[in-house]
Design a protein. Structure first.
Length: 460
């Protein structure tokens, strides 16, 4: 990385001169990298994405909440880096290109209920080579070769072919020179593919994990979160739709697949904006019981920028009594298409640039090294150009501009360049159209200039 102060004008000149004639390709493997657009993952009528705000309450709602404990506070089972490195809070996910090699996985626990690979594709999982010895690729934070306990989920998205691969109890067995896992499931993201009845997945309930995580990019994004969240309780009893697998028979306990809904009467105005966005999704899409664990623990994705000094007390302020259990096994008869996202003006801040025509394009940047991470500090330069500093206000790392080229090719263009080799994730959002475009640069690779002349086909 470069920590020598740079004059922004000189940096801008360098970037404009250095940009190649074609847009840079996305880098290969990335922790918490770009996901296939548009979000949410899976079709709008998938069980993770349906609107349950009008679903009926189950007659057993009071009994289930009594079992959990009505005064049991909710807890965010996610965050950033833990005090004992390389441990982390939450579940990371990996984004890989369609060219990522597929490697075989030996299933040592639930092989008869596991997928050898994606439907219609060669067997294997696109596990990044870095996951063998590198940290933060696998739940818990330790490398694949580490001899540690825990669920050790590994979630991988093939962003080009739009396929989700998930593994449970994964480890790299160096002696046998092979990847091993307890179970594995593969999910084409353009289908509502449910597991065979009675089968597990990488999760106890037989569901996919990634679509149910609270993610940093959504919490701090411009749009509502349009999916349910995964949660746990201490014991379960059987399963109901959408779950496919039973992992407990405790009398009085809720079944896997139980949905909780935050009551419409719960007031959210006093919470920070990103927390309100999370809690509103609990009213609209709810929580789905997916595993045995601690009561009212809501699962999220690892991200080094989460602030648990904000999250923990906010979540704890809501108890099980603030929720209701919707009809067990409920399915909508006809699911209407989701409404278009409401138009929101871009509001610039210390970490947000508002560029382009009328400042309609919001630019958010996060960065990460092997030892630290953070949110880029934004500095506007002109109506269409600004730059970001990472480590201190004098350390300019990247510059970005959004150009109105509607009269040239009917698109808004995105250009960016930088003097850095840290991992960078940038999201540009057209706040009028509700369309977002992710860009990323991996750790250890000099920043690859971006010249995206087809970024947004949202011209008037």
């Amino acid at each position: 990385m470069h920590k020598t102060p740079l004059r922004p004008a000189l940096l801008l000149l360098f970037v404009l001169v250095a940009l190649p004639a074609a847009a840079a390709e996305l880098p290969a493997q990335l922790i918490n990298g770009p996901l296939p657009q548009p979000l949410p993952l899976f079709p709008a009528d998938n069980w993770w994405n349906v609107d349950i705000s009008a679903a009926p309450v189950d007659p057993a709602s009071d009994a289930i909440l009594d079992f959990i404990g009505r005064d049991r506070g909710m807890h965010p089972d996610f965050g950033g880096n833990a005090p004992n490195a390389p441990e982390i809070y939450g579940i990371p996910y990996s984004s890989v290109p369609g060219t990522q090699p597929l490697v075989p996985v030996t299933f040592v626990e639930f092989g008869d209920e596991s997928d050898d690979g994606a439907p219609g594709r060669p067997p294997g999982y696109p596990i990044p080579e870095q996951a063998k010895q590198g940290v933060h690729w696998i739940e818990g934070g330790y490398a694949g070769s580490a001899d540690v306990s825990g669920d050790r989920h590994l979630l991988i998205v093939d962003r080009d072919n739009e396929i989700l691969y998930e593994l449970y109890h994964v480890r790299w067995n160096a002696l046998a020179s092979r990847w091993e896992a307890g179970s594995g499931a593969v999910w084409p993201l353009d289908e509502n593919r449910r597991r065979p009845e009675g089968w597990t997945s990488a999760d106890a309930a037989g569901l996919a994990i990634l679509p149910g995580l609270v993610r940093y990019d959504e919490a701090f994004g411009p749009d509502p979160i349009r999916h349910a969240f995964r949660f746990t309780v201490r014991a379960t009893n059987g399963h109901v739709y959408p779950a496919s697998h039973t992992a407990g028979s405790t009398a009085g306990a809720p079944p896997m697949g139980t949905r909780l809904r935050l009551k419409a009467s719960v007031e959210l105005s006093g919470y920070p904006a990103h927390v309100r966005r999370i809690f509103q999704a609990m009213k609209t899409h709810g929580l789905i019981l997916a595993d045995n664990g601690s009561d009212m623990y809501v699962t999220g994705a690892y991200h080094p920028a989460w602030d648990n000094d904000v999250l923990n007390p906010a979540f704890r302020s809501l108890t099980a009594d603030d929720f209701e259990v919707i009809e067990l096994g409920w399915q909508p008869s006809v699911q209407p298409p989701p409404p278009p996202p409401p138009a929101e003006d871009c509001i610039g801040s210390d970490t947000v640039l508002c560029l382009g025509e009328g400042g309609r394009f919001r630019v958010d940047v996060t960065w990460q090294t092997a030892d630290e991470a953070g949110i880029g500090d934004a500095e506007p330069m002109t109506d269409d150009t600004g730059y970001f500093t990472f480590f201190n206000p004098n350390n300019v790392e990247m510059v970005v501009k959004v150009l109105d080229a509607c009269g040239v090719n009917g698109h808004y263009w995105v250009f960016a360049g930088g003097l850095t080799n840290v991992a960078v994730s940038m999201i540009v959002t057209d706040t009028e159209a509700g369309v977002a475009k992710p860009y990323a640069n991996p750790q250890g690779i000099p920043f690859q200039p971006i010249q995206d002349t087809g970024a947004f086909a949202t011209c008037p």
